[in-house]
Design a binder for this molecule. Structure first.
Ligand code: G4P
Length: 526
């Protein structure tokens, strides 16, 4: 048991999220270099799909290949097992990112100092905040001209509705970037480009009023730093680990990922403050990681990577207990036992079969079609992990079978792609028509392409005018019956058979809300 607990307490599982181009891939790579998980720069491929290749399916397949191998990047650092969960770079796959965020215990959000808070930064931080996931901000590209640090922190606080406290403070930026003052460790860290920093560039510096400061960074920078740090100390709260871990205050670091500057400092702080695997809610009860019995859930599925086999890898986050190879676990949705002869751990493109894994770990389970996103495995207890909601899609289209001889393949293909979470499907109750909902345009193309190449089926899309899909909840069965009867035409079922109201416009949704006050319309399935 002590072994189990010490393994558990060694785990730190997190995701790095960012708006595309802010520097997520670069930062990930530097972290892996520190952890010795990779030896050379450039080893982590960007999983970005560049705009120009939106219809290039080779590119999408290549990207899926990369995504499998980088889904979980594990490494050891200062005797801790660090698991970085990768998130897709393209915003059309944002829902994939939301789901991955359910499997982490904390997040690092990268912000480009010039662009500040961007659209994806906002969306992803909001998802972290839904679960009070502790966040560290890394303000990147300090070697370039960008926003004033105070303005940027204001922008982060306002646009993201978070409270921040800087743990390092930049000394100039762009051409004048001299480094940072580490407020957490009271150290002056001098900048050198291209990661050429040496030990003597890190100077313990408790007293900023010392004239030594001028010696290191020059007169005007010293003056500026002193006055800015004074403001920082009066404006921002003193950092407390508990505030961060409860998700109420987010520490901020400044650096330059490509120059490997400020990264190690953040990592050193991260390993001290980041939470160990957190308890997780199921519909039935709170599951604590220390519990002896194994539980966990599937948050991501990759299917048909090899066209010759119907193979799938389900990514499974362990929430409690020790996971063991070749052991029977109860698949709650199917109500039967399953076991895994070759559970896999991914270590930055290397794959290894593992014998056991601990809470916080993510293992890849080979599967022939038994898993859906959100599925729970336990040692028998009836539990359903919460927190893997579907979000209302942004774009909708009717999907029709375009080859009547391939109906079976079409139905099966669609079903499996939906299990994988590529998009959501709603079946309209009045006419049985299928409506596919996605976050972006790209997913429609992915579905069409994959139906054809993996299932030999063809699909056709037709426009449908919809604003949102809302999950319907009420405690009042009579009100529900009345609503279902009156709005028959707009009612559908999602893949899990939940009732969904398809709102054509925001105005219609508002009217329906007014007319049926006992019914709650939610933009997420949970
Ligand atoms: P992403 O995964 O968040 O999308 O971003 P990625 O790391 O791919 O970085 C996007 C671009 O920003 C890359 O340049 C990268 O080199 C650059 N970059 C990352 N960190 C810094 C930094 O600290 N300073 C500066 N000046 N640039 C940075 P690219 O030209 O798109 O690609 P590449 O050819 O350099 O790889």
């Amino acid at each position: 048991m002590t072994d189990f607990l010490s393994e558990l307490h060694r785990r730190r599982t997190f995701a790095i999220v960012a708006h595309p181009d802010a520097g997520k891939t670069t930062l990930t790579e530097k972290l892996l270099l520190f952890g010795g998980a990779i030896q050379t720069a450039g080893a982590v491929k960007s999983n970005k799909i560049k705009r120009s290749t939106v219809s290039d399916f080779m590119e999408i397949e290549r990207q899926r290949g990369i995504s499998v191998s980088t889904s979980v990047m594990g490494f050891e650092y200062r005797n801790l097992q660090i698991n970085i969960l990768d998130t897709p770079g393209h915003e059309d796959f944002a829902e994939d990112t939301y789901r991955t965020l359910t499997a982490v215990d904390s997040a690092i959000v990268v912000v480009d100092v010039a662009n500040g808070v961007e659209k994806q930064t906002e969306k992803l931080t909001k998802v972290c905040r839904m679960r009070d996931t502790p966040i560290i901000f890394f303000v990147n590209k300090m070697d370039r001209e960008g926003k004033d640090a105070f303005d940027l922190l204001d922008e982060i606080e306002q646009k993201l509705s978070v409270k921040v406290t800087p743990l390092s403070w930049p000394i100039g930026m762009g051409q004048r970037f001299k480094g940072v003052y580490n407020l957490y460790e009271k150290k002056l860290v001098l900048f050198r480009a291209h990661g050429k920093q040496e030990d003597e560039d890190i100077i313990v510096f408790e007293d900023l009023s010392s004239s030594e400061l001028e010696y290191h960074i020059g007169e005007s920078a010293a003056r500026e730093l002193r006055s800015e740090v004074e403001v920082v100390e009066t404006v921002y709260p003193v950092f407390k680990k508990e505030d961060y871990q409860q998700g109420t205050v987010c520490p901020v670091f400044f650096g330059s990922a490509v120059n490997n500057f400020g990264v190690k400092e953040m990592l050193d702080c991260f390993v001290e403050i980041a939470p160990t695997p957190l308890p997780r809610y199921t519909e039935e009860r709170l599951v604590k990681p220390e519990e002896e019995k194994m539980t966990g859930f599937v948050f991501k599925i990759f299917a048909n990577m090899d066209p010759k086999h119907r193979d799938r890898i389900a990514f499974f986050r362990i929430c409690s207990g020790k996971f063991e190879r070749n052991t029977n676990y109860r698949h709650i949705r199917l109500g039967r036992d399953v076991k895994f002869p070759a559970p896999t751990m991914f270590m930055a493109s290397k794959k290894t079969v593992l014998e056991e894994a601990y809470p916080g770990d993510v293992v890849g389970l080979y599967d022939s079609g038994n898993f859906k996103i959100g599925d729970t495995l336990t040692e028998g207890e009836l539990l359903h992990f919460k927190g893997i909601p579907a979000f209302s899609p942004e774009q909708f289209r009717y999907v029709e079978n375009a080859d009547p001889l391939k109906t079976k393949q079409f139905v099966k293909g669609l079903e499996q792609l939906m299990d994988e979470g590529v998009a959501q499907m709603f079946t309209r109750q009045s006419d049985g028509r299928r409506i596919v909902g996605t976050v972006g345009q790209l997913q429609f193309e992915v579905i069409q392409h994959r139906l054809e190449s993996e299932y030999g089926a063809k699909c056709r899309y037709e426009p449908v005018n919809l604003y949102k899909a809302c999950w319907v909840h009420t405690q009042d069965p009579k009100a529900l019956d009345e609503f279902l009867d009156r709005r028959k035409r707009d009612i559908a079922r999602d893949n899990d058979d939940n009732i969904v109201f398809l709102a054509e416009t925001a105005w219609i949704l508002q009217t329906v809300q007014e007319n049926f006050p006992k019914i709650e319309f939610r933009f997420t399935s949970e």
